[in-house]
Design a protein around this ligand. Structure first.
Ligand code: MG
Length: 331
């Protein structure tokens, strides 16, 4: 089928180019450049969370982001087995991406994070280079949409941004080996801010508090397969417009295929699960009133303001944190 051919060809475009155990030979990227990129987002349409395909508009402003939501997906992308464009969809009135009420573009059963996957970042916090991937979780309840306000809890005095490339899983995978090609298991990529209460991270043996507060995982704005982390993707973080982090996935200590196989040896990755692949050097604190922008080439910008959590909204034992919709805090 043509759709499957396109999906397969796009996966070929994202060939691992590192030299490592279980790698695959390179394919000439030029062979695949005429294949349209897959992009989708999750957004509110008439009050309902929906998924939509994103395409460039025939806009009159070259150089600006003219992407639009063009089709409503009738099934979630993580149910596509890797072929998002093969999902049933229907036409809709086009909405400029910049005007949409975006939601986090993922609904993961878990968010698996990789710590210290860039040498320079490990060094800046005085840590050893890890001999094997350092993993931890963020809860799905920490997800925050593009534009949503990150809330600094009163219990922390130092909260840091961490710009990262996020990987969205396409298919269930478990116990992958060096003989397995990981690319069919990747649905696409998005921007993630692994927001962290640094003081609590140092204080606690486990990082549940440091990494797990509500709003501590901004993600978005879209998911796309139009980039190649093995060849190198630039990850940049700006605070109030000033560049604070500028790293490249070429500098991963553990490349993506190694990470996915390693994680799958521990737990079953489900379709839609999110992996945050680690942050480059340059992490630092933000305070209320700051604005964080994470940019990844091929994906776009994930922008979130920062505020102090109002005391009145601190969760109590009677409230139901699990009931909170990730999009609720977006304004
Ligand atoms: Mg991190």
């Amino acid at each position: 089928m043509f759709a499957e051919t396109k999906a397969s060809a796009r996966r070929q475009r994202a060939k691992p180019s590192h030299s490592f155990s279980g790698g695959f030979p390179l394919v000439d990227r030029k062979l695949c450049l005429d294949i349209p990129l897959m992009k989708y987002c999750r957004f509110l349409l008439n009050g309902s969370a929906s998924y939509g395909l994103v395409e460039p508009s025939a806009g009159q402003n070259p150089g600006q982001n003219n992407d639009e939501i063009t089709r409503l997906l009738l099934q979630p992308p993580h149910e596509s087995d890797g072929d998002v464009e093969g999902l049933p969809s229907r036409r809709m009135d086009r909405i400029p991406l910049s005007e949409a009420s975006l939601l986090p573009p993922v609904e993961p059963s878990k968010i698996v994070c990789v710590g210290r996957n860039y040498r320079a970042h490990a060094a800046e916090l005085g840590n050893e280079i890890p001999q094997e991937p350092l993993l931890f979780f963020k809860p799905p309840s920490s997800l925050l949409p593009p534009g949503g306000t990150i809330l600094r809890p009163a219990v922390s005095t130092r909260t840091d941004y961490e710009g990262e490339l996020g990987v969205v899983i396409a298919r269930r995978c478990h116990q992958l080996t060096d003989a397995d090609d990981v690319r069919p298991y990747i649905l696409g990529y998005t921007c993630v801010n692994d927001f962290t209460a640094r003081d609590l991270q140092k204080k606690d043996g486990q990082w549940v508090r440091a990494k797990g507060f509500d709003t501590f995982c901004p993600a978005g704005p879209i998911v796309t397969d139009g980039l190649d982390p093995w060849a190198g993707v630039q990850v940049e973080t700006r605070v109030n417009g000033e560049v604070r982090q500028s790293g490249n996935t070429r500098d991963f200590i553990f490349p993506l295929d190694f990470l996915i196989r390693y994680i799958s040896q521990i737990l079953t990755l489900e379709p839609g699960d999110l992996i945050a692949t680690g942050t480059p050097e340059g992490v630092g604190p933000v305070v209320a009133g700051d604005s964080i922008e994470i940019s990844i080439e091929g994906i776009g910008q994930l922008c979130n303001p920062v505020a102090d959590q109002p005391i009145a909204t601190v969760q109590t034992a009677k409230s139901e944190p699990g009931k909170s919709e990730p999009g609720k805090n977006e304004q």
